[in-house]
Design a protein around this ligand. Structure first.
Ligand code: SAM
Length: 220
């Protein structure tokens, strides 16, 4: 018999009060948010806050995003289950776990090796076998597995890195926070045969995308 999940009520309340109440209706996204044990991806000292309506520290000065933002970004990808997805910014691995329930294969890139190996261990422990964790500078994408049906960037870029739009398939979508260090706009890009189309989604605040085509360390 499986042990009872002490956080199942908190998780259901998160989905009802933070996600559905803000207008996210995609049944597959809601099911993924109900299924992934977010408390397993946060450090022990924040266990009781795992389902609260805000980001949390995950070590190395980085964060796990607010549940609503994870659901919102995921819903903009409109995943059907057949896609190859690239995530930039593995962090705790939580967003990758959510994506793995909705897509065929997820490649996730993290620049901090300690976070990547912890996320990889958590993902493995909970059976998210279609997630492949890579260490590297995700501002250059991950050309080895390109092209991708969808790309999601969970760190803020000063502008959209060209490598990412290059590695996106025609018909694909990219979701990325773009802007200043403390203020960005979540942008959704669609790649069509005639080029790229941009839609602005929401003002947001993310930690910076550091790297060759992101912010330089000295900027922060
Ligand atoms: N998606 C994560 C989760 O579910 O926990 C949250 C990501 S956190 C907001 C942003 C992450 O992007 C951090 O872990 C940071 O180290 C990483 N990052 C920043 N610049 C990067 C880069 N150039 N390549 C890969 N990862 C990067």
């Amino acid at each position: 018999m499986q042990a009872r999940d002490p956080f199942s009520q908190a998780r259901e309340a998160m989905v009802e009060n933070q996600i559905i109440s803000r207008g996210i209706t995609d049944a597959r996204v809601l099911a993924a948010m109900r299924a992934v044990p977010r408390h397993e991806f946060v450090p022990d000292q924040f266990l009781e806050e795992a389902y609260d309506d805000h980001p949390l520290p995950v070590g190395e000065g980085q964060t796990i995003s607010q549940p609503y933002i994870v659901a919102l970004m995921t819903s903009h990808l409109e995943l059907t289950g057949k896609e190859k997805v690239l995530e930039i910014g593995t962090g705790s691995g939580y967003q990758a776990a959510v994506l793995s329930r909705l897509a065929k294969e997820v490649h996730t890139v993290e620049r901090i090796p300690e976070l990547a190996s912890k996320a990889e261990a958590t993902l493995k422990q909970f059976g998210y076998v279609n997630v492949i964790v890579h260490v590297g500078d995700g501002s250059l994408g991950w050309p080895e597995a390109a092209p991708y049906d969808r790309i999601i960037v969970t760190a803020a870029a000063p502008s959209v890195p060209v490598a990412l739009t290059d590695q996106l398939k025609v018909g694909g979508r990219l979701i990325i926070p773009v802007g200043e260090r403390w203020h960005q706009v979540l942008e959704e890009w669609k790649k069509t045969v005639s080029g790229l189309e941009k839609k602005e989604v929401l003002p947001v605040v993310f930690v910076p995308l550091l790297g060759q085509k992101g912010w330089q360390d000295k900027d922060n």
